[in-house]
Design a protein around this ligand. Sequence first.
Ligand code: GLY
Ligand code: MN
Ligand code: MN
Length: 462
Amino acid sequence: MNFDSTLIPLYKDHLIELQKKISKILDELKMDSILIHSGQERIKYLDDSAYPFVANPMFVYFVPLTHLPNSFIYMEKGMRPTLYYYKKISYWFKMPEDPADFLYQYFDIKIIDEDSKMLSDLGDSKIRNTIYIGEYPEIAKNSTVNANFKACNPDDLITEIHYIRTFKSNYEQECIRRANKIAVSAHQRCAELFQEGKYSELDLHLEYLRSVGCSPIRMPFENIVAFNENAATLHYIDYNHTRPPLAASSAAKQNIYSMLLDAGAAYNGYAADITRTYSFNNSDDNSDFKALIDAVNEMQLNIIHSFTLNSRYTDHHQQAHIGIAQILIDFKMLKNISAEDAVTKKISNVFFPHGLGHFLGIQVHDVGGQLKNGKEKYKLPDDHPYLRYLTELRPGHVFTVEPGLYFIDSLLDDLKKSEENNKYVDWNTVDKFRKFGGIRIEDDIIIKEDGQFENITRKLLP
Ligand code: GLY
Ligand code: MN
Ligand code: MN
């Protein structure tokens, strides 16, 4: 947990506003109180050690305690919340710190060392009226209390909370800005080291972690450090440890062409999610790939400049497909076809097979991207099943913009076999790019209250 004097007032406003919103939702749904469980350590199958702990994001939404299992927030409509703070003597693992002083201003804090302490403190009649939110609804049944919760994770409540989570408070926006700042310096460090041509994917992955000062299990997502054709695997996390041969010591080619680095950082549980792609400067034949990176980069910035409040993200996703198709035409990978037709015929999907972006927050792929309001969802477009952000662009939204252009063997094989589409492809040109794997450029955007779009990544990483 990171707090300084500038963040505490923002957090206070966040929490007050959140309590008001939750009270209103409870009122509408005729509910009295909620109990949000941070989670439990989960033991690996047939083992005695635990998976990395990931807190219930609903818990982190209230309080930035990302590593405090067995804890709870209890909130009654209109009342000050109670934080049941788990702290048990242990000599196996580091015990949690005492609650930070400032938290006492906003919560009634009760230290517990088992669930039953919380349950007996609430008592049967409150438990019977309370909605449980979390992964372990059996805790009441398994205890000595006589009551069970009124309901556990009801869809209507969860959907309403997911919807309010799509509008980030100033506190949340600031945490995501700070996460970006941390991530950007690690990106810059790895970009420099990559050009030295001495390091492996694993080296740069470890250097990234060192630079953000975080163990891998506490990162918001696994770093993607992909050299060459590995960049064509969208979620490549294998970290080859083989270092390239040293160019200075031999005439041998180094066989490094490109690096795609998709990595973030977390601040009080809020994520940054940033991608850059680099061509290797010492490679003789990288100039076309460098130009291709520049073209994708320019297209990404054009999309961001075209954003207007209330436009649909799905339309911008479509715009990105036209952009990718046009780049493929400009670089002579497609011929005798217009960009629009290449999109209609789903050829652009072969090169850009993921969504343009997603909400960003406590979860890297944050919730609510399909929600029209607190009740209804937009349907996923049939042609773009991986798009996660379908709604209008609204003040408070925080999201990524990450177009990509990849050379993925399995998808290219299908394209080659397509009687209808094969004729539009210049395979000689496409094949020359395969060794570079692919390109993704990803920035994080905040839509501010006044409707301005703030590209929080570019400010730091031009
Ligand atoms: N890093 C995962 C993503 O960009 O969505
Ligand atoms: Mn992303
Ligand atoms: Mn990413």
